[in-house]
Design a protein around this ligand. Structure first.
Ligand SMILES: [Zn+2]
Length: 235
């Protein structure tokens, strides 16, 4: 005969199982949300990084333009001076300055050209980063919306499950409930059938004595291997 507490224990266990799984699913939501948010942040950061790089290159280009401008001014002055000098050695010295200034300008212009190419590819990277976020944002947002919905429904389901667990607990007498509470936090399911002489929890053979207790049903039987509450299922 089955101990009278077995039936309500199995009901409690079943509801406790549902409550636990809801609770686990709910606990996973923040992690899922953080993963989506991390992708959004990474894509936004890539845009910001590309923008910063582009801006920096534009600044370098402006600086170079200023440098080129003053080098050209200098060159202009040397040319004017050269057209005014009479002495040959002064003329040659200025000629040397002019060559140096021209070389400097052409070096600066080469660098400017390089920077312009870099700006082009930087713009492309910026556009690509923006496009990536644009392409993905609807998907990210729908994922976040699904998660918010999931969180809300799981919260409601969990609350309801907690209520049904409480009801099931109320249907048990103190002694059986206390035993269940002792076992369940560590060993779940806490209440299992013995079939063919084996515990349905640890699958080890229970002693004849333990099986006898379960079979008789006067007291709650315990598996002598794992300590679970056992009930006898004919086989
Ligand atoms: Zn066992």
């Amino acid at each position: 005969m089955r101990h009278p507490a077995i039936e309500p224990l199995l009901i409690l266990q079943d509801r406790e199982q549902s409550r636990r799984s809801l609770s686990q699913n709910l606990a996973a939501v923040p992690g899922d949300r953080a993963r989506v948010q991390a992708r959004i942040d990474a894509e936004k950061n890539a845009i910001e990084a590309a923008k910063a790089e582009w801006r920096e290159l534009e600044t370098s280009k402006k600086l170079l333009e200023t440098e080129i401008g003053s080098a050209e001014d200098k060159l202009g002055k040397y040319r004017t001076q050269q057209s005014l000098v009479k002495k040959n050695d002064e003329y040659q010295a200025l000629g040397h300055e002019i060559e140096t200034a021209e070389a400097e300008i052409s070096k600066l212009e080469e660098r400017e050209l390089e920077i312009m190419y870099e700006i082009d590819s930087s713009k492309e990277r910026f556009a690509a980063a923006e496009k990536k976020l644009q392409d993905n944002i609807a998907d990210h947002e729908s994922k976040l919306a699904v998660l918010a919905e999931r969180e809300a429904s799981l919260t409601a389901e969990l609350k309801a499950a907690e209520g049904t667990v409480e009801v099931a607990r109320g249907d048990l007498e103190v002694k059986s409930l206390r035993l269940f509470d002792q076992i369940a936090p560590r060993t779940f399911p806490a209440c299992v059938a013995v079939e063919g002489g084996k515990c349905g929890g640890c699958h080890l053979r229970v002693s004849g004595e333990a099986e006898g207790v379960a079979r008789k049903g006067d007291e709650l039987g315990r598996c002598d291997q794992c300590g679970r509450i056992i009930w006898w299922e004919s086989s």
